[in-house]
Design a protein around this ligand. Sequence first.
Ligand code: HEC
Ligand code: HEC
Ligand code: HEC
Ligand code: HEC
Ligand code: HEC
Ligand code: HEC
Ligand code: HEC
Ligand code: HEC
Ligand code: HEC
Ligand code: HEC
Length: 420
Amino acid sequence: MAGRSRTTKQRAQRINLDYFKKSFALPLWKRRLSWGLVALGLLWLGWDALSGKHAYNAGPLSQGHQIVASNCQACHVQQGAWSMKARDAACTSCHNAPAHQAKQVFTPSCMSCHVEHQGAVRLAATSNASCTQCHAELKVKDGQTAFAKNIASFSQGHPEIVAMRPGHAVDPGTIKLNHQIHMKKDLRGPDGSPVQLECSSCHQQLHEVNSAKSLAPNMAPVNFEAHCMSCHPLVFDSRFKDAAPHKETRIVREYVVAQYTSYIATHPSAVHEPVRLNPLLPGRAIAPPPRNAQEWIAQQTEEAERLLWQKSCKECHQLTYPAPSSRPEVPMASENVRWMMNASFDHTSHQLVACTECHGQALSSQKTEDVLLPNIATCQKCHHEGQNAARAECSECHTYHDWYQAKPVRSTNSISQFAR
Ligand code: HEC
Ligand code: HEC
Ligand code: HEC
Ligand code: HEC
Ligand code: HEC
Ligand code: HEC
Ligand code: HEC
Ligand code: HEC
Ligand code: HEC
Ligand code: HEC
């Protein structure tokens, strides 16, 4: 090799083999200084412990904890003369934050996730690592879990929304609704002229804070009176201005009977008019002409109910008949379930895009049983790592604590501990 002028042996001869016997100036001062500094540090810490004041600060507390900032002991509990470590017991004296899952194999300390002294705007906005320490390779006490086991980040290994997985159960709602028909441009409106409905004609946002474990619906439930009645009135006889009430069939029957009873009282001669048969509903045997008001009311009611049960109600409800000739029953509407049991979602934060960006199928869906939700890939378009994106930390969309298990906190602190 060019420039190599000495052999290894020659170089070895330069090393002083007695170096440890002599006392050189530089190493000596190094040693003296280090012992000196340790002593100084101990003195400082001793003064710190004795005075109860703090000679050092680790950085600003999170915004939520500013009220506690003048009270270091609220979190730093004295343990012996030197140690002032913050302990979980201090946190739980002010917060009851229940554990995450019954089947988790260990419980991380509070401060491993909620990192203090960083001036955090939101201490609860924990890092991905606080979750992926378990979720990247999920272990459960009994080894059995229904949940995805290898979630490295929101973009890596994160599962699909349950309701959108192949083979998942259909929409359990029982109100028949053809979204496609109702979104068409020339839908016949209340007065017969064409109207263009919008999603918000039937769906209005609820302004409530939603979390994954609250079952509060995201959208106000669709309601017959407000959203359907104008075009689907429950008219049963053109002689009456008012339509039947939208109630259970027993009440509808009572109403219909009451209407005919008062009609015949004011129009006694109507007994001799034949019962008006509905041309849209074939199949009824012509009954013998009514002999009195009682029979007239019975026949009119039967005909009105034929229209209501077999046409009006049936358009939107799958009626059930407990016995062949009995009054039908209306099943529970079962609309507005929370679709996602394992994640939060609030429409208010998502008004920046059109409804159909996430619910595109609503324009072509013809059956109630269709599930009209977006895929997780839709969420990932906006929520991802890097800049110009919505947050993609697990804590953005999930709760950690099982808040249903929370117990009341019984503080013994006084205001003066925190006041000026
Ligand atoms: C809301 C709770 C809380 C309050 C109030 C608080 N701290 Fe802390 N502090 C913590 C946590 C959590 C840690 C990290 C865990 C640990 O090491 O103790 C920490 C760590 C520190 C550390 C790092 C040293 C070490 O032990 O690792 C110092 C120094 C410190 N705090 C000083 C202070 C001082 C001074 C005050 C009062 C002005 C204060 N803290 C108030 C929660 C708190
Ligand atoms: C002396 C009482 C007290 C102690 C001790 C305390 N906190 Fe708090 N904490 C509060 C108060 C007050 C708030 C503000 C009100 C709120 O948001 O609930 C708060 C807020 C929070 C929040 C929510 C606010 C945010 O920024 O997301 C978290 C998370 C939290 N504390 C965690 C902790 C942890 C972890 C510890 C222990 C290191 C701790 N707290 C110790 C009183 C306390
Ligand atoms: C594995 C990480 C992790 C651990 C460990 C953890 N937390 Fe949390 N904590 C979170 C996340 C994420 C949230 C926000 C979502 C939620 O409410 O569950 C949160 C929320 C909170 C809140 C409510 C904040 C708010 O929105 O008002 C408090 C208070 C809190 N934690 C205190 C604690 C205390 C006390 C401990 C220890 C007993 C603890 N946490 C342990 C991750 C953690
Ligand atoms: C100590 C380990 C551990 C940590 C840390 C942890 N998890 Fe979990 N998590 C589990 C286990 C175990 C399960 C599955 C429980 C089961 O199968 O019954 C689970 C289940 C879940 C579920 C599905 C069930 C549900 O309640 O919705 C979500 C979502 C979840 N974790 C989110 C998080 C988030 C977000 C964090 C971080 C703030 C986190 N986890 C941190 C162990 C952990
Ligand atoms: C005429 C009223 C009406 C209009 C207009 C309407 N909906 Fe609906 N929507 C309903 C009713 C009733 C239900 C419950 C029955 C069902 O699930 O189909 C429903 C259910 C839904 C559901 C939840 C059910 C599922 O399976 O996912 C979504 C999502 C939805 N609608 C989105 C939309 C969107 C987006 C629009 C606009 C493009 C829209 N709807 C327009 C009446 C309406
Ligand atoms: C703006 C008027 C209007 C509103 C509001 C309206 N509908 Fe309709 N609906 C119609 C018209 C018109 C038809 C017949 C359309 C056709 O067959 O072309 C219809 C048809 C239907 C049908 C039968 C569809 C089919 O597949 O044949 C059902 C079921 C229905 N509507 C349910 C509802 C429900 C439930 C609501 C309230 C959530 C509602 N509609 C609100 C105008 C409306
Ligand atoms: C145009 C569609 C439409 C027609 C026609 C209709 N309903 Fe409904 N019905 C609804 C909707 C939407 C709901 C759920 C929201 C509400 O309660 O308003 C509902 C709910 C109900 C409920 C409550 C079910 C529950 O969850 O307990 C009863 C009872 C009911 N309807 C009875 C009737 C009867 C009886 C008729 C015929 C006389 C009728 N409905 C006709 C749309 C309709
Ligand atoms: C932008 C929102 C968002 C973010 C960020 C996010 N998730 Fe999810 N997560 C969801 C949604 C939506 C679901 C589906 C919930 C459902 O179907 O009930 C889900 C489901 C889950 C489940 C249930 C899994 C199963 O098999 O059913 C776990 C566990 C989970 N997420 C963990 C995480 C972890 C860990 C992170 C961070 C690395 C994370 N998530 C980040 C939205 C999010
Ligand atoms: C960013 C995507 C996104 C946008 C934009 C969006 N939604 Fe949703 N929507 C969802 C998700 C996710 C759910 C399921 C939430 C749950 O129930 O857990 C949902 C649920 C619903 C439901 C079911 C009812 C319920 O309470 O769960 C209706 C109805 C609905 N959305 C209508 C709308 C309407 C109307 C708009 C426009 C104003 C809209 N959505 C905009 C994602 C979106
Ligand atoms: C058009 C872009 C966009 C899409 C698509 C989108 N988000 Fe968001 N999301 C946002 C923005 C913007 C915010 C508020 C700012 C932030 O948190 O970064 C937000 C906030 C959130 C929050 C925080 C809580 C809240 O409501 O403020 C959750 C949870 C969430 N999104 C879940 C989802 C889920 C689940 C999906 C898919 C079904 C989704 N997002 C799809 C843009 C989007």
